[in-house]
Design a protein around this ligand. Structure first.
Ligand code: DGJ
Length: 736
């Protein structure tokens, strides 16, 4: 068991292989946080609890005048009473009073990990993979219980938390916030690392020192968004990729979120994360319960790199599901950047023919095959094949593509509706809108109100009909605008604050139904690129299109940043045409191929317009990818040189490597993005190898070196790796 309970001291201690998390129930029933960090042997840790004093002007609870809840580290702080810091729960009574004070009632420790009703979450493959502590707390006045769940993974330094509130009383309560987790740290000596971005520029790494007051990242967009990912790390000031402490906080959720770090007057730090309380209010009638989404907490003493590898492993095996979790994904060609809306079946088959020559395995038909859709102004919602445009039925097209030896995939944007669509004409009230207000258009489209059961049913029926009509192996699920006028006739008045969360629950319900109905289909999530790249979506779809920016140089940053918390096997990455449609840049084909290999690997360009020589190069790249694919998708990922940092005396280099679990093989990828005349040749220090093992480098290098030599002395890159701005290199290492 990874959960220990000391009944004498009322202490709970959760142990992962290299981390410990401890808390204690006070004589009055308050649940205080004792410790989170590197693993410790003792369970009796009550000496770590420092509370009381130091907080002038703060009040004390009536049952514990010696205590200051404003300074005590708490597991589930309430609001409205004497803790003025960020609460985990805020509850309003019928009379308007806003307060919550939770005290310990009971607990249960069990093997395995329960599912979260209607929500995505990490899971166990066998009961031995995790133990779960369920701590029931109660507010006596409200007659409300909150069960705090802690699942402790046996082989990973990860603990996940979520909470369930249950109204056992007679009055109707309003949950103004129920956050998923709260962790109080005794100091503020941390940097906060987040992933910021925009459309075409997702998940760039940002790092800054904590300051007094609140620093938060959030989304109010109805989806997790391009702008800030629902992930934050706190790391020691000296933390690097290899060394130093790092704590990760990640929300398994795809809607409005908030992660805040509040540094108090006494320079302690509280991290709280969950559904964004802004605009949220959930009516909790007598007998009803509400489940807050899961938060993943991870700890590493091996810097940010160690933190990433823990999250990668967790998401690869305990979050992504279905047969595509472990199965090799086909190398695909997507027609979006090849044709945009301008295609028919003959054009797609012509691309498929060329693709086959290069060893590509699947053709994906993107936007434009349905309803009236020759641009982005109409058609969304009418998921009926436009046979006139294609020149044949979907079934016939799929069979033609299969006859060329390729699998077939298809694009949908199911959550949207164009005002110019049959669906909108038949059901003008099915989109989000507010009485007396205009409807805001984004990319000429509106968002379907998924809180309405009839909308969900219609959508499922339409998608099912298309997916059953032909042999479809893959679905790209797009989402190209954020929510506005979030209002639903089903949830008016006191329930209006539920709508945004109910939208996400409606989406999850549809995705769950589709996963069950079509277990063979590989789903890829997309939102104008990576606008909804979050663990919630990964539970239903094991890969996400990283960005609409397919420029390989930009992708170095996007994929490097994404890898901070997401595994390589989840990162959708394609080789596209040059000059790049988004940036106008021209990088060599092998460079573009190398970057796309750090992901799901595919193509997105008009193969009928490439030369035979380019097709041959693609064939070579595909062969290499197939050979390296197990290593790339299942191996450990090490970031070696950051695209966010300039190379100084050497030119700008980005480098990363993949190492197999048994450390018998590895792949090093190096990319040079600028030329610095008369500069020193870069030397790369490898990581993750077995120090005592000898590795043979690519045959053409005829070098065999020990792991420790490669990791400590490093590997000077050859002279030739210096001419031209966009140079890349793949170095395969095999232990001998
Ligand atoms: C946005 C996606 O990110 C693109 O890849 C493409 O599918 C377009 N939408 C189609 O409208």
């Amino acid at each position: 068991m990874a959960v220990f309970f000391d009944p004498g001291q009322m202490i709970f201690k959760l142990d992962t292989p290299r981390s410990s998390y401890a808390m204690q129930v006070s004589p009055q029933g308050y649940l205080f946080h004792l410790y989170y960090g590197a693993r410790v042997s003792d369970t009796e840790l009550s000496h770590l609890l420092v509370h009381g004093g130091g907080a002038s002007f703060s009040a004390s609870p009536a049952d514990a005048p010696e205590l200051s809840l404003d300074t005590a580290p708490q597991e589930c702080p309430g609001s409205g009473l004497s803790d003025y810091r960020a609460p985990m729960i805020s509850v309003r009574e019928e009379n308007g009073a806003l307060a919550a004070c939770l005290k310990y009632v009971s607990h249960e420790i069990r093997k395995g990990k329960p599912a979260l009703p209607g929500l995505p979450a990490t899971y166990c493959n066998g009961e031995d993979e995790a133990d779960t502590l369920a701590l029931t707390m109660r507010d006596e006045r409200l007659d409300l219980t909150v069960t705090l769940y802690y699942s402790v993974f046996a082989k990973l330094d990860a603990i996940t938390r979520w909470a369930v509130a249950q109204n056992n009383g007679a009055q109707t309560l309003t949950l103004e916030s129920l956050q998923s987790a709260c962790v109080d740290f005794p100091g503020m000596d941390f940097d906060m690392v987040t992933l910021r971005g925009a459309w075409m520029r997702e998940r760039h790494i940002e790092r800054h020192g904590l300051f007094h007051g609140t620093q938060s990242i959030q989304s109010r967009r109805g989806s997790s968004g391009h702008q800030l990912n629902p992930f934050a790390a706190l790391c020691s000031k000296d933390a690097t990729e290899e060394n130093g402490e790092a704590y990760g906080f990640h929300l398994v959720y795809s809607g409005n979120f908030r992660i805040e770090a509040e540094v108090s007057q006494l320079s302690s730090t509280r991290v709280v994360l969950g559904v964004n309380p802004e605009g949220f209010a959930w009516r909790l009638c007598p007998g009803e319960s509400f489940t807050a989404p899961e938060a993943v907490l991870a700890y590493s003493k091996e810097g940010l790199g160690g933190l990433s590898r823990t999250l990668h492993r967790l998401y690869r095996k305990n979050l992504c599901r279905g047969e595509w979790r472990d199965k090799r994904r086909p190398i695909l060609i997507n027609n979006w950047e090849a044709t945009y809306f301008n295609f028919d079946a003959d054009k797609l088959v012509a691309i498929a023919k060329q693709a086959k020559k290069a060893g590509i395995e699947m053709l994906v038909m993107d936007d434009g095959w349905f309803g009236k859709r020759d641009g982005d102004v109409s058609g969304l919602g009418d998921w009926v094949v436009n046979e006139k445009k294609l020149g044949c039925s979907l079934h016939a097209l799929v069979e033609r593509v299969k006859a060329e030896g390729l699998l077939f995939g298809i694009w949908f944007e199911p959550e949207m509706i164009s005002p110019d669509s049959d669906l909108c004409r038949a059901h003008p009230d099915w989109c989000f809108h507010m009485p007396g207000r205009d409807k805001s258009l984004g990319r000429n489209q509106l968002v379907l109100n998924l809180t309405l059961p009839q909308v969900r049913e219609n959508l499922l029926a339409q998608l099912t009909a298309v997916l059953e009509s032909a042999d479809i192996s893959y679905v790209k699920w797009d989402f190209n605008r954020n929510l506005t006028e979030v209002f639903s006739s089903e949830y008016m008045g006191a329930q209006a604050g539920e709508t945004a969360h109910r939208y996400v629950l409606g989406l999850y319900e549809i995705l769950e139904a589709l996963n069950r109905r079509f277990p063979r289909i590989l789903f890829e999530s997309c939102s104008g690129g990576g606008g909804r790249f979050d663990p919630g979506m990964l539970y239903y779809m094991p890969q996400t299109w990283c960005s609409d920016d397919t420029d390989a140089i930009e992708r170095l940053k996007i994929q490097y940043g994404t890898s901070l918390c997401y595994p390589v096997m989840s990162m959708g990455a394609h080789v596209s045409a040059v000059p790049n449609h988004g940036t106008g840049r021209t990088a060599p084909l092998t460079f573009r191929g190398g970057v796309a290999m750090c992901g799901t690997f595919g193509y997105e360009l008009d193969l009928t317009k490439v030369s035979e020589a380019e097709l041959d190069t693609m064939e070579d790249m595909n062969e290499s990818f197939l050979a390296w694919q197990p290593l790339i998708t299942q191996g450990d990922f090490y970031r070696l040189a950051s695209p966010f940092e300039s190379g100084g005396a050497a030119a700008d280099i980005t480098a990363w490597m993949f190492v197999s679990e048994d450390r018998s093989e590895a792949l090093l990828q190096v990319f040079r993005t600028s030329v610095l005349p008369n500069s020193r040749q870069p030397r790369i220090r490898l990581r993750g190898l077995d120090p005592g093992a000898r590795y043979r480098l690519n045959e053409d290098w005829s070098l065999t070196l020990h792991g420790d030599t490669l990791m400590n002395a490093g590997l000077p890159l050859p002279e030739v790796f210096g001419y031209g701005p966009y140079q890349s290199m793949d170095i395969y290492l095999k232990s001998v």
